[in-house]
Write a protein that binds this ligand. Structure first.
Ligand code: SDX
Length: 428
């Protein structure tokens, strides 16, 4: 196998090294392209063919529908591990020993309090605010109360910053829900585990002792594992590029929350449920919406379908669909939205338009059905995605900084006006 790629432009040949990943992926290293060709660059809108980094965190194979965190198969982890343990694995690279896990859990618990002045910022939001906007703002505001920048090469400082982030973001997420519901804020309860605390902070009311339903806690734990990381997706790339300017971890994650909010990305889980509910309201005519999704003149897209990388079933969607079935049966819930989702999937997967474009259900297609069954309001679905993706954002930010990667600054191809002289307003 050759380790050189040859590019020929205007009769001149240029050689570039080929680098290979541990799973056999092949990349052309064009670091020296512009310098060695008197200024030639590549163009790749949406970076569909361009790698931004070399990473050891997540491997996914879109053609085969494979997803692994630090070499461990997603199915294996979803079956045998828990969210906090997977967070440790993704961030630090190895599954924790019992002692390491206890230290991680305890350090997080000792960092879950939020400065009371943060409530003044929360109070500034109207009840109509979207919780993702609240979460992004409050996450950024954490910098004001933790101004000391972190030396990423100081292991203890980095460990404490990581635990602080893992501790505080779920509290802020729960506060966002309480804000839009007009209810009193909760704090974590250190006698509960990480997942139980997320539910308790979102749903506990001051007049009653909160009791976790183990079926609900297990379903949420598994669902969050499936969201932990997904290599260089839009929000993770955002966290990396903001962090590459040496902006702090809170500021970088705040930017990631904003990127995830978009309906083409993490916001799709909310858009899926809204789409399914509108199909039910419109009489449940699935074929009509399949036609709309195929119609180039109709802006309607089948939300929760298609993926930049997966050209086969998203392995997460497969696990979530099974978990949704089991959870609704365990809780005795008969949700018409699940039935219409299954019908839509069945019709789409037989339709040439979707088959030809390899459009399958993605992680967002069924996740909202589980969130609904857990009593989580639709507006909060993408916030739940952010809680799940938090360890991945932290891991990717840390890897980028520890690798001392350069500031992200893409080039462009200028297609504007050539040089022209100023024209005074009297002559325009
Ligand atoms: C996430 O990157 C990640 O890893 C993201 C994520 C993660 O874990 O971080 O996996 C989470 O964001 C999942 C994706 C959630 N988004 C949605 O479900 C929104 C609906 N999906 C699409 O908007 C779309 O599929 C994207 C944005 C997900 C991917 O878009 P691409 O890769 O840019 O593909 P494209 O838009 O170029 O589509 C290729 C073709 C086009 O048709 P043609 O021009 O070839 O005729 O497929 C069509 C598109 O019109 N198409 C769809 C469609 N998705 C793509 N047609 C109808 N419905 C859809 N959902």
């Amino acid at each position: 196998m050759s380790d050189i790629a040859i590019l020929e432009v205007d009769g001149k040949k240029y050689e570039f090294p080929i680098i290979r990943g541990t799973e056999g992926e092949v990349a052309i290293d064009i670091k020296k392209l512009r310098g060695s060709t008197e200024g030639i660059i590549t163009i790749d809108p949406g970076y569909k063919n361009t790698g931004s980094c070399q990473s050891a965190i997540t491997f996914l194979d879109g053609e085969k529908g494979i997803l692994r965190y630090r070499g461990y198969g997603l199915e294996d982890l979803a079956e045998n591990s828990n969210f906090l343990e997977v967070a440790y694995l993704v961030i630090f690279g190895e599954l924790p020993t019992k002692e390491q896990f206890i230290k991680f859990d305890n350090t997080i618990k000792s960092n879950s309090l939020i400065n009371e002045e943060m409530k003044n910022i929360l109070d500034g939001f109207p009840k109509s605010a979207h919780p993702m906007g609240i979460l992004s703002s409050l996450t950024s505001a954490l910098t004001a109360f933790n101004p000391k920048s972190v030396d990423v090469n100081d292991e203890e400082q980095m460990y404490n910053a990581i635990c602080k982030t893992m501790a505080k973001i779920p509290v802020l997420a729960a506060w966002a829900l309480k804000k839009i519901k007009g209810r009193s804020l909760n704090y974590a309860d250190n006698s509960m585990n990480y997942i139980e605390n997320i539910m308790k902070m979102m749903f506990a009311i001051p007049t009653e002792k909160y009791k976790t339903n183990p079926i609900v806690a297990n379903a949420l734990d598994q669902l969050l594992i499936l969201h932990v990381d997904h290599e260089q997706n839009c929000s993770t790339s955002t966290v990396r590029i903001v962090g590459s300017a040496h902006s702090g971890l809170f500021a970088s994650i705040s930017a990631g929350v904003s990127a995830l909010w978009g309906p083409l990305h993490g916001g799709a889980n909310q858009a899926v449920i809204e789409m399914l509910e509108s199909i039910i309201k419109d009489g449940g005519d699935v074929e009509k919406y399949i036609l709309k999704a195929k119609d180039k003149n109709d802006p309607f897209r089948l939300m929760g379908f298609g993926h930049r990388v997966y050209k086969n079933f998203d392995p997460r969607a497969r696990i979530i669909k099974k978990a949704a079935d089991e959870l609704l049966e365990n809780l005795g819930i008969d949700d018409p939205v699940l039935e219409i989702a299954k019908h839509l999937e069945e019709v789409a997967l037989k339709d040439e338009y979707f088959v030809k474009r390899k459009l399958y259900p993605n992680v967002d297609f069924y996740s909202g059905i589980i969130y609904r069954a857990l009593g989580i309001p639709t507006d909060m679905f993408t916030v739940m995605f952010a809680i799940g993706r938090l360890p991945g954002w932290i891991a990717q930010w840390r890897e980028m900084r520890l690798n001392s990667e350069p500031i992200g600054r893409p080039r462009q191809l200028y297609i504007g006006e050539n040089q022209r002289d100023f024209v005074p307003v009297s002559k325009r």
